[in-house]
Design a protein around this ligand. Structure first.
Ligand code: ADP
Length: 484
């Protein structure tokens, strides 16, 4: 089985969110199960910057390649490196100065053009490298036009004769919705612009193209796969998704146990595991010192998130003044919408002894919070899979979540009588429910025996990639079977 995995961001080369973590880890576990994987991504400026820091070697293997269909004079080069932590996972970088030299991943002259240029570039790179893949595995809207190209302009191309496609939807909230003029730019045939194709309320919807033209589709948790077929969570694509119901699966992401391991994590103050769990408190003490919070054993709630409406910040805002009555500390790390950054800054100014507000992107501080906090706040409105709650479970930091999507599939309510469960949560999206969950968490924190139990349950939750990688292999086989 030979698979091309295509993504706009890949850890550790360029990471913005969970997508990068998934595409950075899954190939490693597929390789261990004898799948031959190549990764394709843009050669972002970030990849170059991280090269200096991480020391990977990149070589140019081809240059000056033209795109036959896209309405541009721009050409691209192909560079190659290897995915760290793997033996033979090649990473092919699609390089173009004009499109991929912005300092941030999701910046540049025109995101729609960049996605089109990259998507068609990947197919031309594959043609150039002359590799016959069984599956091209695309991710999110930025790469969703690849199946559309394959089923139209490339349908008679010999190198793709046996190539099927899998689309993974990491977040249905981001669809790539653009002016129809981009269809012309893409070179895709005009007949595709209709209700059964790329058209969506008069606009061009990239993700919809992927949903319709991929052989098999999946999303990143079983619960989210069910939810997105309903009007409430379907973001106006629920009808199209229901049409593809038979080919739509949910596979929970795993986390990289080598990267995220409190016993070996180089970023945290003191390493620990279940047998030396008392050292977790040392991480809290030193984090308090670093952040200028009083060094005391009050429960610390961490939160690491993009500050966007998806993450449940409106219901959180409603309870923060009440939560601040308790003897606790709240550490936020996140960037995003100005109104939420402002909301947290105000809380920080009002309760300087209790809040540490860090509106920046900082991978090292993130690890220190996963290790040092006692609880992890994630009351999402919707959550396709969610990685934050999984990292925190692994570090014995107990999640407080809304039971939706992947949060419902990974966090089980702690039951005071049976002593089972690894976290706290609520179902209806409502601040009163959230407040009750926080109160229960604080109660259990004060009952040492319960807390020890919860931490043990959290740290022994199986969150490995191994079983998910097996599910992906089944998915690839299904996709292969579809094209005969
Ligand atoms: P999403 O993909 O919706 O952003 P996830 O929970 O799936 O949410 O993944 C978020 C990832 O990004 C986690 O690894 C989290 O630790 C990380 N992250 C989010 N914000 C920051 C930040 N400001 N600094 C460092 N890491 C962050």
């Amino acid at each position: 089985m030979r698979v091309a995995m295509v993504s706009y961001e890949v850890y550790p080369f360029a990471k913005v969110g969970g997508l990068a973590d998934v595409v950075g880890a899954l190939p490693k576990y597929l390789e261990r199960q004898n799948v031959q994987v190549d990764v394709y991504m843009p050669f972002h400026k970030k990849v170059e910057e991280n090269r200096a820091k991480l020391g990977y070697v990149i070589e140019k293997i081809s240059e000056g390649i033209e795109l036959p269909y896209v309405n541009t004079e721009e050409k691209f080069d192909i560079y190659k490196t290897t995915l760290p932590g793997t033996k033979n996972v090649n990473v092919f970088l699609i390089a173009n100065q004009y499109y991929f030299s912005a300092s941030e991943v999701y910046a540049g002259p025109d995101l729609a053009e960049q996605a089109i240029f990259f998507s068609n570039g990947v197919l031309e790179a594959i043609r150039k490298l002359d590799v016959s893949y069984d599956v091209i595995h695309v991710n999110d809207w930025q790469t969703s036009l690849i199946p559309v190209y394959l089923k139209s302009l490339y349908k008679d191309s010999p190198v793709f004769a046996k190539t099927s496609t899998v689309l993974t939807i990491h977040n249905l909230g981001y669809q790539g919705l653009y002016d129809p003029k981009y269809l012309k730019f893409s070179g895709l045939p005009e007949y595709l612009f209709n209700i059964d194709g790329l058209e969506f309320y008069g606009k061009m919807n990239f993700l919809k193209g992927g949903i319709i033209f991929s052989d098999v589709i999946n999303t990143v948790s079983p619960t989210y796969a069910r939810e997105i077929q309903t009007k409430e969570y379907g973001e106006k694509l629920d009808g199209v998704l229901r049409l593809r119901s038979n080919d739509l699966y949910g596979i929970l992401n795993g986390i990289d146990y080598d990267e995220y391991n409190p016993k070996t994590d180089k970023h945290i103050f003191v390493n620990y595991d279940l047998n030396s769990i008392e050292l977790k408190k040392e991480n809290k003490r030193m984090l308090q010192a670093e952040l200028g919070l009083p060094q005391k054993d009050a429960p610390m709630i961490g939160m690491i998130n993009r500050l966007v409406v998806q993450k449940g910040l409106d219901i959180l805002a409603e309870i923060m003044d009440y939560v601040s009555l308790f003897d606790l500390q709240f550490v936020l790390l996140g960037t995003g919408d100005a109104e939420y950054e402002e909301m947290f800054r105000k809380l920080g100014a009002k309760y300087p002894e209790k809040y540490s507000i860090n509106t920046k992107f900082d991978i090292v501080l993130a690890q220190k919070i996963y290790a040092g906090a006692d609880m992890f706040m994630m009351p999402s409105r919707y959550e396709p899979c969610g990685l934050g709650q999984m990292y925190s479970l692994r570090y014995g930091t107990i999640p407080i979540v809304r039971y939706t999507g992947g949060l419902a599939d990974t966090v089980k309510e702690y039951d005071i009588s049976t002593r089972e469960g690894n976290g706290f949560g609520f179902e209806g999206y409502d601040s009163a429910h959230l407040l009750k969950a926080v109160a229960k968490a604080l109660y259990c924190y004060n009952e040492k025996e319960h807390w020890d139990n919860i931490v043990k349950n959290a740290m022994t939750t199986d969150l490995t990639w191994d079983s998910s990688a097996k599910e992906y292999i089944k998915l690839y086989q299904r996709a292969k079977a579809k094209i005969g």
